[in-house]
Design a binder for this molecule. Structure first.
Ligand SMILES: Cc1cc2nc3c(=O)[nH]c(=O)nc-3n(C[C@H](O)[C@H](O)[C@H](O)COP(=O)(O)OP(=O)(O)OC[C@H]3O[C@@H](n4cnc5c(N)ncnc54)[C@H](O)[C@@H]3O)c2cc1C
Length: 365
């Protein structure tokens, strides 16, 4: 039996960030993940400067041998609308990464002891400690296993309740001789809002890779919606007609309204396991990082862990806002379509406020 202070289930950004901070505080941390790393994860791979800052990521070092696309603008359009709005910024407002590289980098950087390639199957309590898979004993357990996290299931039951983003994504290299036939500009991701504002598609060029996807707060028919979106992009000339996408599906809960309990005695949930992704943009990496840091600082500071959810609220990782569409429910689809043609609204409300959260600097939890 291996003993440790903290066992973290899941080596994605939430788990690895928590492990990184705990290891630096002198704790013996084990990270278990069912996947062998590097592993990929369905994701657009868009991160905000606040996420970079919270991670204290050295971008110069990170770029060595890895893809890092600086983003200085966006194109926004309602699907089927004849015109898009382009917004440019005079400095980087986000970055594009590839999850197979990013997650591996963060996990290695954490310096935690790694147990990769085997899933967590059993969790039980014995004399005030956690026993996982009858192989690891830990004082504190952190559930960072994403949407299907076994620790989240233990705390909340198997039934998933609440608004769920169902998404499809594909990422593939653009062959250099066909580069000009993919017309999405690197550094200017494109967002295509669904006409009912229950989700949006994206087309995002990250150096020599293209990432395409669609996410909707709607459990029904994500594959059909993604296939229609791809046909739309081809008809619009964003990519050649013979482009083939190997779709990968995934789902996750958003932070409002809250449906998951994120804490109990000696156990916490971070990231998607706790259902913390932003309700409007679907951004979940930042909340994963911030909740991982908060969990680590509460464990390291021997604080009362039962206050964790209150602290997530106090530092803004859980917001009071709610809603199950991109636009507030009281805004009709027709009005939404008009608003998204206004450059002022797109820049200041959709991008700066909802997607980039410019007024919310790195949250120190
Ligand atoms: C299509 C799509 C696009 C997205 N695009 C973006 C984006 O551009 N920007 C953004 O910020 N967010 C995006 N998100 C959300 C983002 O991907 C998640 O919020 C983020 O990955 C959460 O990180 P995490 O560490 O909590 O979980 P994950 O990254 O899901 O990591 C969980 C880990 O737990 C492991 N695990 C699961 N079960 C077990 C088990 N039983 N035993 C052991 N290990 C286990 C998994 O193998 C995995 O490595 C997107 C999501 C989707 C689906």
């Amino acid at each position: 039996m291996d003993d440790c202070d903290v066992l973290i289930v899941g080596g994605g950004p939430a788990g690895s960030t928590c492990a990184w901070k705990l290891h630096r505080a002198g704790f013996h941390v084990i990270v278990m993940d069912k996947a062998a790393f590097p592993r990929d994860k369905p994701c657009a791979g868009w991160i905000t400067p606040q996420a970079v800052q919270a991670l204290r990521l050295d971008l110069g070092e990170y770029t060595r041998g890895r893809t890092l696309q600086v983003i200085t603008g966006f194109r926004v359009r309602v699907m089927g609308s004849p015109r898009s709005v382009e917004v440019k910024y005079d400095r980087p407002v986000s970055f594009g990464i590839r999850r197979c590289e990013f997650d591996h980098y963060l996990l290695q950087r954490s310096q935690a002891t790694l147990r990769l390639g085997s899933p967590v199957e059993t969790i039980r309590r014995d004399r005030g400690r956690w026993i996982v898979n009858e192989a690891i004993r830990a004082s504190t357990l952190v559930g960072a296993g994403g949407h299907w996290c076994p620790v989240a299931r233990m705390l909340n039951g198997a039934r998933v309740r609440g608004p769920l983003v169902a998404a499809q994504e594909a990422e593939f290299p653009i062959e250099s001789h066909r580069s000009a036939t993919f017309t999405t500009e690197a550094g200017t991701p494109e967002f295509y809002f669904c006409r009912d504002f229950k989700g949006y598609g994206w087309c995002f060029r990250k150096q020599q890779y293209l990432n395409v996807g669609l996410g909707r707060i709607d459990r029904h028919g994500p594959s059909k919606a993604a296939a229609e979106f791809l046909s739309y992009l081809k008809a619009d000339g964003r990519m050649p007609a013979d482009t083939h996408c190997q779709w990968r599906g995934h789902a996750y809960l958003v932070e409002a309204p809250r449906t998951r309990r994120a804490v109990d005695e000696d156990v916490l949930l971070v990231g998607d396991a706790a259902g913390l992704a932003d309700s409007r943009s679907g951004e979940g990496i930042r909340a994963g990082i911030e909740s991982g840091l908060l969990a680590a600082s509460m464990i390291a500071g021997r604080e009362r862990l039962l206050d964790y959810e209150t602290r997530l609220r106090q530092c803004g990782v859980i917001e009071s806002s709610s809603g199950s569409t991109i636009l507030p429910d009281q805004v009709s689809a027709k009005l939404g379509g008009l608003l998204l043609q206004l450059p002022w609204f797109v820049r200041h409300v959709v991008l700066d406020r909802w997607f980039l959260k410019k007024s919310v600097q790195a949250r120190s939890c």
